[in-house]
Design a protein around this ligand. Sequence first.
Ligand SMILES: *Cc1c(COP(=O)(O)O)cnc(C)c1O
Length: 381
Amino acid sequence: MKEKIWLSSPHMGGNEQNYINEAFQENWIAPLGPNVSGLENDLQKYLTQEGTGNIEVAALSSGTAALHLALILLGVERGDEVICQSMTFAASANPIAYLGATPVFIDSEEDTLNLSPAYLEEAIKDRMAKGKKPKAIIAVHLYGMPYKVDEIHSIAGKYEIPVIEDSAEALGSSYKGRKCGTFGEIAILSFNGNKIITTSGGGALVSRNEAIKKKAVFLATQARDDAPHYQHSEIGYNYRMSNICAGIGRGQMEVLDQRVQQRRSMNAFYNQLFSDFEGLTVHNEPNNNYFCNHWLTVISFDANSGKFSGEGLRKHMEKENIESRPLWKPMHMQPVFSNAPFYGRLTAENLFENGLCLPSGSNLSEEDKGRITESIQQYFK
Ligand SMILES: *Cc1c(COP(=O)(O)O)cnc(C)c1O
């Protein structure tokens, strides 16, 4: 069996181990220490641009934990409703359920595969007419592609609903020159093993408001009041990132720009490879306002692609030990969310039926690309 080609696998830069060694030498093994604040500083510097104001980052144990805290910080409680993009990873929606709130799912539009502005506004109006104004909107930059930032934030502003920007897949992407992770009331990042950079497991909460960062860190460290004994006036969580994981993150931040270039060059490779193929689309930036890190390259087959399909290609590549994966199955199609309201039509469902994510790692070699090319060309023969 040939060696496995992964969809997206960790890609170390080289310096990660040095930061971890330092942590061992100083016995900073706890979820506290110089790597945690070092990674936070690196991310703050990376995300702060002219016009953004100071960006504040809290390093946490996962992107899911960051979403959970974001919802709490925005006051979401049992019985509330929270709007969420339907086509996404379950971690975008699960924290809504942790709080006993109800997700309201919204279809995608075809330019970015993300939140449809039209259905978003329809849903807000309808939920308000039914007596409940949604408490927050979770918008996702799926596969690194920025959502329609201007449209989504203008609707959110009109109804005064805060946006949680799920930027788990979009570190390094930008919209009109401004980095993803800086648009939402609160944004979240993920450094899980398959993301564009990784801390093995980890995430971050991002905000322009220092008080929000402080409150996030407070909640993430068991909500301990200022007292010599352990005193608590609020329910807390154990959500802080460890100093070891943060060391990996510091090394990864040194190569982030390189990783973005490498993923983008994988996307260029697929655009070239499929340039002669009819009956399928490689998803690209709709126009120059969008800069996508191309965390994963996505293709979708036309409805009339005959005997060819995403699932057919996936199975074909699997035989060659090449991993590809269907797009995220929309949340409104998931058994666990079958009772949640949904606004939209069939865009997300069709993308799920006809799409495929191709191996997109920054560490794929020329030989890997050769195997991928051969396998794909063979499928269409
Ligand atoms: C990975 C991911 C998350 C969750 O991040 P974890 O660090 O794995 O908890 C949330 N949303 C999206 C869109 C993701 O891809």
